[in-house]
Write a protein that binds this ligand. Structure first.
Ligand code: ADP
Ligand code: MG
Length: 333
């Protein structure tokens, strides 16, 4: 603890760490479509007439969504990243965010790290923090993200067709391994690989640009927050279809493969969550086109299976039935 001379009050917290444009604010982003930002009773935002407004909110609770004692900069980054990922899955362009912060105490060092992580990622995506709420209580962070998408063009979970290719961006299971490392459930011999995996948990990269460019090619999309085994059944159900996955095709990173067995890597890919990659259904004849878009963005895009008539999810490993973990993470269970 830094031991501020005087305890910070609610308004000091807002002014010092979140009012954009404060001197030295990392990447404080000012948008011309913000008529009124932080400081009034509500924000006033000007929407494009040609767009649909896209809204999402996600809450991170200490000890549940991140380990108690996580780096504050990581918590700030993740609280925005998980929301950006939801917009990416809709193909939307993020624009504005609000932040409801519940803190046990207003501690300068923690707030500096948190706001840095949040604001740096906001700047990368041109998002302006336009309001929020600051209260005392158990550490809980709620971020609402607002964005826009050309009218009628948003990607949905529904919309997949039988015969569509099922594909994912990036690699899966890294964040699960990273979390296991952070919490001491796994121990690495290779320090470099371990650091990469932890980075993937602490600083996930929402696939915003790819989601936006995939809008007119993919037929359905969702982001992977709870692990493929938990998320894929929801995805298939939304289109009233069955999904099939060839487990040997799941993309595992070099870091993950150097750190553990392929079987354990797959387990994390299927059940661990927190990857924030995009899952998409793509018409077979347009798969190469979308893979080329990914390539241009330096992102891998891997076919892992297909959508079929029927319902439910089937998993195969080298052509034989594979018992996937029953489900991903679910609250209240
Ligand atoms: P009210 O009581 O009218 O809700 P507050 O006094 O709580 O307003 O907040 C003052 C201003 O600061 C508002 O514009 C609000 O949106 C903003 N604000 C409060 N907390 C945060 C925060 N954590 N991040 C960004 N803006 C915040
Ligand atoms: Mg308030």
């Amino acid at each position: 603890m830094q031991g501020d001379p005087e305890p910070l009050g609610e308004f000091d917290v807002i002014d010092r760490y979140f009012a954009s444009g404060r001197p030295g604010a990392p990447g404080a982003e000012r948008r011309t479509d913000v008529i009124l930002g932080i400081g009034d009773d509500a924000a006033l935002l000007r929407c494009l007439e040609s767009s649909d407004l896209v809204a999402a909110v996600d809450t991170l609770v200490a000890g549940r969504h991140f380990p108690e004692g996580s780096e504050p900069r990581s918590i700030g980054h993740r609280s925005l990243a998980v929301n950006l990922s939801d917009l990416a899955a809709m193909g939307a362009t993020p624009a504005w965010a609000t932040l409801a912060l519940t803190l046990p105490s207003a501690e300068g060092r923690w707030l500096e790290g948190f706001s840095t992580g949040f604001m740096q990622l906001a700047a990368v995506h041109g998002v302006e923090l336009v309001g929020g709420d600051t209260t005392a209580g158990p550490l809980t962070i709620s971020v609402q993200i607002l964005g826009q998408v050309d009218r009628g063009s948003a990607l949905r979970r529904s919309g997949a067709q039988p015969g569509d290719i099922l594909a994912v961006t990036g690699t899966l299971g890294d964040a699960g391994a990273g979390l296991a490392l952070v919490t001491g459930r796994a121990i690495a011999e290779d320090g470099v690989a371990a650091a990469q995996l932890i980075e993937r948990f602490e600083y996930p990269t929402p696939r915003v640009q790819f989601g936006s460019e995939a809008r007119r090619i993919a037929s359905a999309a969702m982001d992977l927050s709870d692990g493929l085994a938990g998320d894929l059944p929801k995805f298939a159900r939304a289109s009233g279809l069955a999904a099939h996955v060839d487990v040997e095709r799941l993309p595992l990173s070099a870091a993950l493969r150097s750190f553990t067995t392929v079987a354990q890597g797959r387990e994390w890919a299927l059940a661990a969550g927190d990857d924030y990659e995009l899952l998409m259904a793509v018409p077979a004849q347009r798969f190469d086109e979308l893979a080329a878009v990914a390539g241009r963005l330096n992102l891998t895009f891997t076919a892992i299976g297909e959508l079929r008539r029927g319902m439910g999810v089937t998993w195969a490993l080298e052509g034989l039935p594979f018992a996937a973990p029953a489900r991903g993470y679910e609250h209240f269970r």
